[in-house]
Design a protein around this ligand. Sequence first.
Ligand SMILES: [Zn+2]
Length: 106
Amino acid sequence: MTQQNPIPGPPGPPFQPPPIVPYLTPSLNPTGAVCPACGSPHAKKVSFTWWGGVPGPRLFNHVKCLACGAGYNGKNGKSNTTAITLYLVIGGIVGLIIFAMFVFVR
Ligand SMILES: [Zn+2]
């Protein structure tokens, strides 16, 4: 007895090897970049950081190395230090502007 698909699908090759889907391997960095500190490909996405709250790590594809704990950009495998510094500086300036408006517009 042969197994047949009851729903006819689009014509194509009868068998294709399953593609390697990155998000099926959660221990691996979903974007494939390796840690700039230790070279480990094992990282997890960070959903919250002290410097960026919730939107920060999303903006910079921030991941955390499971081997050494270093945080880096999961997209290009580079350190996010510059981006974090800019983020904090811009956030600080915006905060100062809001603070100044609060103080002077009264
Ligand atoms: Zn590492």
